[in-house]
Design a binder for this molecule. Structure first.
Ligand SMILES: Cc1cc2nc3c(=O)[nH]c(=O)nc-3n(C[C@H](O)[C@H](O)[C@H](O)COP(=O)(O)OP(=O)(O)OC[C@H]3O[C@@H](n4cnc5c(N)ncnc54)[C@H](O)[C@@H]3O)c2cc1C
Length: 321
């Protein structure tokens, strides 16, 4: 029997759910929403109509129920057994309508907005420093959680403050320090749902910004499997080194487990070749961690987020030396 029972969870929330204005579903399949195109269902799935709706939802949700957030799922591996608890997605217009508040050189946007869109809006406004977002296929919410970065710039370099809703349904503001950014990580409490963010750029000529964005795009097309079912870099770069070099040196470029493969084009990118399960992808990742350790003594750390339940007794053990 599946551990996922959205209807039972919904019943626990009582009639208060009638006041919600967003989209609420039970046992919602997720694989179509993820870049990897794998993963089981979310027990409870909620797309709030706006911030107030999200606050009501979180207040109604029993305290013991875990809350997950999904952006554009370009750095998430959802396991085949699905997600226990509630999943929030900020895809409705107030989080994602392309409207920004521009007060040069600052810009505020909803966290459901794609990074690429913010880069384009900033370019059109003559606001430099956001070109790196042009190549990152996630949402601003994911960028904040992951401290997404490329081309020598990271989210931490542009961020001023974040508005978020906590597990109690209260709206809180975090300044830059409270976000606790390090390499591909924010130490902000895991239960926060980021709803909008204030960034600061540097005024620059539009042509200059456009040229920087073109460079980003060309580099990606030539060096990364950006049209594949992937989640970008599988592992963080070890201190002073490159994850891909460790993987390559261990002879694992193109290495496969089931339908999952370390990309022949960029061997730190894991790809779903068509029929991979989340189990295949995670097994591949752990096998690579083990083989790289055996080859060079380097213990790679996952960059992407893995979440959810294993299924049918197929559990992937974490490699520990
Ligand atoms: C082809 C490709 C290239 C990539 N290149 C890069 C790169 O150059 N640099 C880089 O840093 N990354 C890169 N990535 C990885 C990925 O795009 C980034 O990490 C991105 O920031 C993830 O955003 P997302 O919306 O897809 O997040 P998701 O994968 O949906 O979520 C990632 C994490 O963020 C959390 N999260 C999402 N939204 C919110 C929110 N509103 N509030 C709170 N938490 C939230 C999730 O719970 C999860 O823990 C690449 C991925 C691909 C597929």
């Amino acid at each position: 029997m599946s551990d996922i029972d959205g209807d039972a969870l919904l019943a626990r929330m009582g009639t208060g759910v009638d006041q919600l204005r967003g989209r609420l579903r039970t046992n919602q399949p997720l694989s179509d929403y993820t870049w990897f195109r794998v993963g089981g269902p979310a027990e409870l799935y909620f797309v709030p109509a706006d911030v107030a709706d999200l606050q009501v939802f979180l207040k109604l949700l029993p305290e013991d129920v875990p809350v997950h957030v999904m952006g554009l799922a370009s750095n998430s591996l959802i396991r085949d057994g699905g997600l226990k608890g509630a999943l929030v997605r900020l895809t409705s217009r107030p989080f994602n309508d392309g409207k920004v508040q521009l007060d040069m050189p600052r810009i505020r946007a909803g966290t459901g907005m794609a990074d690429r869109k913010l880069a384009a809006i900033a370019r059109d406004a003559g606001l430099g420093g956001f070109h790196f977002y042009h190549g990152i296929p996630g949402s601003l919410g994911g960028a904040l959680r992951m401290n997404a970065g490329a081309n020598g710039v990271e989210t931490t370099d542009r961020l001023v403050s974040v508005d978020a809703v906590n597990r109690q349904g209260e709206l809180v503001t975090l300044d830059h320090e409270a976000m606790g950014f390090t390499y591909r990580h924010s130490a902000a409490p895991e239960d926060l749902v980021f709803v909008s963010a204030l960034f600061e750029g540097v005024p620059a000529p539009r042509e200059e910004i456009e040229a920087a964005m073109d460079t980003v795009q060309t580099h990606r097309e030539e060096n990364q499997p950006i049209k594949e079912r992937t989640s970008g870099s599988t592992f963080k770069n070890p201190s002073g080194g490159s994850a891909w070099k460790c993987i390559d040196a261990a002879g694992l470029r193109g290495f496969q487990v089931g339908g999952a493969q370390m990309s022949p084009m960029h061997c730190n990118f894991m790809i779903n070749m068509g029929d991979a399960t989340a189990y295949d992808l995670e097994s591949l990742g752990e096998t690579v961690r083990k083989r790289v350790y055996e080859h060079s003594g380097t213990l790679l750390q996952w960059e992407g987020k893995r979440m959810g339940l294993f299924t049918n007794g197929k559990v992937v053990e974490t490699f520990r030396p």
